[in-house]
Ligand binder design. Structure first.
Ligand code: PAF
Length: 284
Protein backbone atom coordinates (compact mmCIF):
# COMPACT_ATOMS: atom_id res chain seq x y z
CA UNK A 1 0.00 0.00 0.00
CA UNK A 2 1.21 3.51 -0.86
CA UNK A 3 2.92 5.32 2.00
CA UNK A 4 0.75 8.33 2.80
CA UNK A 5 1.65 11.07 5.27
CA UNK A 6 -1.00 12.80 7.36
CA UNK A 7 0.12 16.27 8.41
CA UNK A 8 -1.89 18.12 11.02
CA UNK A 9 0.26 21.10 11.98
CA UNK A 10 0.48 24.05 9.59
CA UNK A 11 4.20 24.61 10.34
CA UNK A 12 4.98 20.97 9.52
CA UNK A 13 3.08 21.28 6.23
CA UNK A 14 5.06 24.41 5.33
CA UNK A 15 8.35 22.68 6.14
CA UNK A 16 7.41 19.64 4.03
CA UNK A 17 6.52 21.82 1.02
CA UNK A 18 9.67 23.89 1.42
CA UNK A 19 11.76 20.68 1.40
CA UNK A 20 10.01 19.42 -1.76
CA UNK A 21 10.46 22.75 -3.51
CA UNK A 22 14.13 22.95 -2.56
CA UNK A 23 14.85 19.66 -4.36
CA UNK A 24 12.94 20.80 -7.45
CA UNK A 25 9.70 18.81 -6.96
CA UNK A 26 6.41 20.26 -8.19
CA UNK A 27 3.48 20.20 -5.78
CA UNK A 28 -0.08 19.64 -7.01
CA UNK A 29 -2.85 20.46 -4.56
CA UNK A 30 -6.51 19.47 -4.29
CA UNK A 31 -8.32 21.32 -1.47
CA UNK A 32 -11.40 19.52 -0.16
CA UNK A 33 -13.77 19.45 2.78
CA UNK A 34 -13.46 15.66 2.96
CA UNK A 35 -16.26 13.06 2.81
CA UNK A 36 -14.70 12.16 -0.51
CA UNK A 37 -16.76 10.51 -3.23
CA UNK A 38 -16.44 9.45 -6.87
CA UNK A 39 -16.71 13.10 -7.90
CA UNK A 40 -13.41 13.94 -6.20
CA UNK A 41 -11.46 11.09 -7.79
CA UNK A 42 -10.87 12.59 -11.26
CA UNK A 43 -9.53 15.78 -9.60
CA UNK A 44 -7.18 13.69 -7.50
CA UNK A 45 -6.09 11.59 -10.49
CA UNK A 46 -5.46 14.81 -12.41
CA UNK A 47 -3.38 16.11 -9.50
CA UNK A 48 -1.42 12.86 -9.52
CA UNK A 49 -0.58 13.48 -13.19
CA UNK A 50 0.27 17.17 -12.82
CA UNK A 51 2.65 17.18 -9.84
CA UNK A 52 5.58 15.15 -8.49
CA UNK A 53 3.97 15.47 -5.08
CA UNK A 54 0.25 15.45 -4.51
CA UNK A 55 -1.25 17.09 -1.43
CA UNK A 56 -4.97 16.85 -0.61
CA UNK A 57 -6.34 18.96 2.23
CA UNK A 58 -9.35 17.94 4.29
CA UNK A 59 -10.83 20.81 6.25
CA UNK A 60 -14.45 21.75 6.84
CA UNK A 61 -13.92 25.48 6.86
CA UNK A 62 -16.10 27.23 9.47
CA UNK A 63 -15.63 30.70 7.97
CA UNK A 64 -17.60 29.81 4.82
CA UNK A 65 -20.72 28.66 6.71
CA UNK A 66 -23.22 31.13 8.15
CA UNK A 67 -24.65 30.29 11.60
CA UNK A 68 -27.86 28.77 10.18
CA UNK A 69 -26.00 26.52 7.70
CA UNK A 70 -24.81 22.92 8.09
CA UNK A 71 -21.24 23.35 9.46
CA UNK A 72 -21.80 21.07 12.48
CA UNK A 73 -23.71 18.41 10.55
CA UNK A 74 -21.59 18.57 7.36
CA UNK A 75 -20.72 14.90 6.62
CA UNK A 76 -17.27 13.78 7.77
CA UNK A 77 -15.52 10.40 7.51
CA UNK A 78 -11.76 10.71 7.84
CA UNK A 79 -11.03 6.96 7.93
CA UNK A 80 -12.79 6.41 4.65
CA UNK A 81 -11.09 9.47 3.08
CA UNK A 82 -7.71 8.15 4.21
CA UNK A 83 -8.30 4.73 2.57
CA UNK A 84 -9.46 6.30 -0.65
CA UNK A 85 -6.55 8.74 -0.86
CA UNK A 86 -4.08 6.00 -0.08
CA UNK A 87 -5.45 3.99 -3.00
CA UNK A 88 -5.06 7.00 -5.30
CA UNK A 89 -1.37 7.37 -4.46
CA UNK A 90 -1.70 10.72 -2.68
CA UNK A 91 1.52 11.74 -0.90
CA UNK A 92 0.16 13.97 1.84
CA UNK A 93 -3.18 14.63 3.50
CA UNK A 94 -3.15 18.02 5.13
CA UNK A 95 -5.72 17.69 7.91
CA UNK A 96 -5.42 20.83 10.01
CA UNK A 97 -7.10 21.60 13.26
CA UNK A 98 -9.56 24.51 13.32
CA UNK A 99 -7.70 26.20 16.19
CA UNK A 100 -4.36 25.94 14.43
CA UNK A 101 -5.68 27.38 11.15
CA UNK A 102 -7.74 30.11 12.83
CA UNK A 103 -5.67 31.03 15.85
CA UNK A 104 -6.90 33.24 18.70
CA UNK A 105 -7.31 36.83 17.57
CA UNK A 106 -7.73 35.91 13.87
CA UNK A 107 -9.08 38.96 12.00
CA UNK A 108 -7.79 38.99 8.41
CA UNK A 109 -10.13 38.09 5.55
CA UNK A 110 -9.85 38.11 1.75
CA UNK A 111 -12.77 39.72 -0.03
CA UNK A 112 -13.48 40.24 -3.75
CA UNK A 113 -15.39 43.31 -4.83
CA UNK A 114 -17.84 42.12 -7.50
CA UNK A 115 -17.81 38.40 -8.32
CA UNK A 116 -19.43 37.39 -4.98
CA UNK A 117 -22.37 39.74 -5.63
CA UNK A 118 -23.87 37.24 -8.08
CA UNK A 119 -25.39 33.73 -7.99
CA UNK A 120 -24.65 31.89 -4.70
CA UNK A 121 -23.15 35.01 -3.12
CA UNK A 122 -26.60 36.64 -2.95
CA UNK A 123 -28.11 34.09 -0.58
CA UNK A 124 -24.76 33.13 1.03
CA UNK A 125 -23.23 36.56 1.72
CA UNK A 126 -20.21 35.38 3.73
CA UNK A 127 -19.50 32.22 1.77
CA UNK A 128 -16.98 33.50 -0.76
CA UNK A 129 -15.13 35.60 1.78
CA UNK A 130 -14.67 32.39 3.78
CA UNK A 131 -13.59 30.43 0.70
CA UNK A 132 -11.16 33.11 -0.53
CA UNK A 133 -9.67 33.41 2.95
CA UNK A 134 -9.18 29.71 3.57
CA UNK A 135 -7.85 29.06 0.06
CA UNK A 136 -5.33 31.90 0.50
CA UNK A 137 -4.24 30.38 3.80
CA UNK A 138 -4.01 26.89 2.28
CA UNK A 139 -1.95 28.25 -0.65
CA UNK A 140 0.47 29.88 1.81
CA UNK A 141 0.75 26.69 3.85
CA UNK A 142 0.84 24.03 1.09
CA UNK A 143 2.81 26.25 -1.35
CA UNK A 144 1.57 24.38 -4.43
CA UNK A 145 2.63 24.98 -8.04
CA UNK A 146 -0.76 23.78 -9.31
CA UNK A 147 -4.18 23.72 -7.60
CA UNK A 148 -7.22 21.87 -8.94
CA UNK A 149 -10.88 22.84 -8.39
CA UNK A 150 -14.13 21.33 -9.71
CA UNK A 151 -16.26 23.26 -12.20
CA UNK A 152 -19.43 22.24 -10.37
CA UNK A 153 -18.59 25.12 -8.02
CA UNK A 154 -18.19 27.39 -11.03
CA UNK A 155 -18.45 30.69 -9.15
CA UNK A 156 -15.87 29.47 -6.63
CA UNK A 157 -13.50 28.58 -9.49
CA UNK A 158 -13.89 32.00 -11.16
CA UNK A 159 -13.35 33.72 -7.81
CA UNK A 160 -10.20 31.73 -7.05
CA UNK A 161 -8.79 32.39 -10.54
CA UNK A 162 -9.48 36.13 -10.12
CA UNK A 163 -8.00 36.16 -6.63
CA UNK A 164 -4.87 34.31 -7.78
CA UNK A 165 -4.39 36.88 -10.56
CA UNK A 166 -5.17 39.89 -8.37
CA UNK A 167 -2.91 38.81 -5.52
CA UNK A 168 -0.09 37.46 -7.74
CA UNK A 169 -0.19 33.90 -6.47
CA UNK A 170 2.39 31.98 -8.50
CA UNK A 171 0.02 29.02 -8.80
CA UNK A 172 -1.63 27.51 -11.87
CA UNK A 173 -5.36 27.13 -11.21
CA UNK A 174 -6.88 24.17 -13.05
CA UNK A 175 -10.67 23.77 -13.43
CA UNK A 176 -11.95 20.20 -13.75
CA UNK A 177 -15.28 19.19 -15.41
CA UNK A 178 -18.23 18.25 -13.20
CA UNK A 179 -18.49 14.54 -12.46
CA UNK A 180 -22.04 13.17 -12.72
CA UNK A 181 -23.91 10.06 -11.64
CA UNK A 182 -24.98 7.87 -14.60
CA UNK A 183 -28.40 9.63 -14.60
CA UNK A 184 -26.80 13.09 -14.68
CA UNK A 185 -26.98 14.26 -11.04
CA UNK A 186 -23.83 16.25 -10.25
CA UNK A 187 -21.84 14.45 -7.56
CA UNK A 188 -21.72 16.23 -4.22
CA UNK A 189 -21.09 15.30 -0.59
CA UNK A 190 -24.50 16.79 0.19
CA UNK A 191 -26.26 14.21 -2.05
CA UNK A 192 -26.05 11.85 0.95
CA UNK A 193 -28.67 14.03 2.69
CA UNK A 194 -31.29 13.20 0.02
CA UNK A 195 -34.04 10.65 0.62
CA UNK A 196 -34.70 8.28 -2.34
CA UNK A 197 -37.65 10.48 -3.39
CA UNK A 198 -35.66 13.70 -3.11
CA UNK A 199 -32.86 12.06 -5.10
CA UNK A 200 -35.35 11.69 -8.01
CA UNK A 201 -36.50 15.30 -7.67
CA UNK A 202 -32.88 16.47 -7.52
CA UNK A 203 -32.49 15.31 -11.11
CA UNK A 204 -34.62 18.29 -12.15
CA UNK A 205 -31.50 20.50 -11.96
CA UNK A 206 -29.66 18.57 -14.66
CA UNK A 207 -32.86 18.04 -16.68
CA UNK A 208 -33.45 21.80 -16.76
CA UNK A 209 -29.86 22.44 -17.91
CA UNK A 210 -30.21 19.88 -20.70
CA UNK A 211 -33.56 21.40 -21.72
CA UNK A 212 -31.95 24.86 -21.82
CA UNK A 213 -29.08 23.58 -23.95
CA UNK A 214 -31.58 22.15 -26.45
CA UNK A 215 -33.59 25.40 -26.54
CA UNK A 216 -30.47 27.46 -27.19
CA UNK A 217 -29.32 25.04 -29.87
CA UNK A 218 -32.75 25.33 -31.52
CA UNK A 219 -32.11 29.07 -31.94
CA UNK A 220 -33.75 30.66 -28.87
CA UNK A 221 -31.58 33.51 -27.64
CA UNK A 222 -33.87 35.15 -25.07
CA UNK A 223 -32.40 34.29 -21.65
CA UNK A 224 -35.66 35.03 -19.82
CA UNK A 225 -37.57 32.51 -21.92
CA UNK A 226 -35.02 29.83 -21.15
CA UNK A 227 -34.97 30.66 -17.44
CA UNK A 228 -38.79 30.59 -17.30
CA UNK A 229 -38.85 27.14 -18.91
CA UNK A 230 -36.28 25.91 -16.36
CA UNK A 231 -38.40 27.32 -13.48
CA UNK A 232 -41.46 25.47 -14.81
CA UNK A 233 -39.58 22.20 -15.14
CA UNK A 234 -38.01 22.34 -11.68
CA UNK A 235 -41.17 23.53 -9.93
CA UNK A 236 -43.07 20.55 -11.35
CA UNK A 237 -40.93 18.36 -9.03
CA UNK A 238 -42.08 18.13 -5.39
CA UNK A 239 -39.95 19.45 -2.53
CA UNK A 240 -37.96 21.84 -4.74
CA UNK A 241 -37.47 25.48 -3.77
CA UNK A 242 -35.48 27.49 -6.31
CA UNK A 243 -32.88 29.87 -4.91
CA UNK A 244 -31.82 31.21 -8.33
CA UNK A 245 -31.58 30.33 -11.99
CA UNK A 246 -29.30 32.65 -13.92
CA UNK A 247 -27.80 33.01 -17.36
CA UNK A 248 -24.69 35.12 -17.19
CA UNK A 249 -21.30 36.02 -18.56
CA UNK A 250 -18.91 33.12 -17.75
CA UNK A 251 -16.19 35.51 -16.57
CA UNK A 252 -17.88 38.48 -14.92
CA UNK A 253 -21.04 36.54 -13.89
CA UNK A 254 -23.13 39.57 -14.89
CA UNK A 255 -26.62 38.65 -16.17
CA UNK A 256 -27.03 38.25 -19.94
CA UNK A 257 -30.34 39.03 -21.62
CA UNK A 258 -29.46 37.61 -25.03
CA UNK A 259 -27.47 34.47 -25.60
CA UNK A 260 -25.41 35.70 -28.54
CA UNK A 261 -22.16 34.14 -27.23
CA UNK A 262 -21.31 31.34 -24.81
CA UNK A 263 -23.16 31.91 -21.54
CA UNK A 264 -23.07 30.26 -18.13
CA UNK A 265 -26.38 28.88 -16.92
CA UNK A 266 -26.16 28.32 -13.17
CA UNK A 267 -28.75 27.30 -10.62
CA UNK A 268 -29.20 26.58 -6.95
CA UNK A 269 -32.20 24.64 -5.69
CA UNK A 270 -33.16 23.39 -2.26
CA UNK A 271 -34.46 19.85 -2.48
CA UNK A 272 -36.03 19.27 0.91
CA UNK A 273 -33.42 20.81 3.20
CA UNK A 274 -30.50 20.10 0.87
CA UNK A 275 -29.09 22.93 -1.21
CA UNK A 276 -27.81 21.71 -4.58
CA UNK A 277 -26.05 23.62 -7.34
CA UNK A 278 -25.26 22.85 -10.97
CA UNK A 279 -24.27 24.69 -14.12
CA UNK A 280 -23.62 24.35 -17.83
CA UNK A 281 -22.17 26.50 -20.58
CA UNK A 282 -24.81 27.27 -23.24
CA UNK A 283 -23.48 27.87 -26.73
CA UNK A 284 -25.69 29.53 -29.36
O1 PAF B 1 -15.05 23.37 -2.63
C1 PAF B 1 -14.75 23.10 -1.45
O2 PAF B 1 -14.75 21.93 -1.04
C2 PAF B 1 -14.38 24.22 -0.50
O3 PAF B 1 -15.11 25.37 -0.76
C3 PAF B 1 -12.86 24.53 -0.47
C4 PAF B 1 -12.35 25.01 -1.81
C5 PAF B 1 -12.10 23.26 -0.06
C6 PAF B 1 -12.58 25.62 0.56
O4 PAF B 1 -13.01 25.28 1.82
Amino acid sequence: MHDIKVIIRTTEMQEYSERMRSVGKTIAFVPTMGFLHEGHLPLIKEGRKLGDNLVVSIFVNPSQFSPEEDFESYPRNFDNDLKLLQKEGVDVIFYPDKNDLYQDGFQTYVELENLPKHLCGISRPIFFQGVATVVTKLFNIVKPHIAIFGRKDYQQLVIIRRMARDLNFDIKIVGFPTVREPDGLAMSSRNTYLTPEQRINALSLYKSLKQSKKLVESGIKDAKRIIDAAYTLIKSHPETVIDYIAICDPETLADMETIDRPALMALAVNVGKTRLIDNMILKP
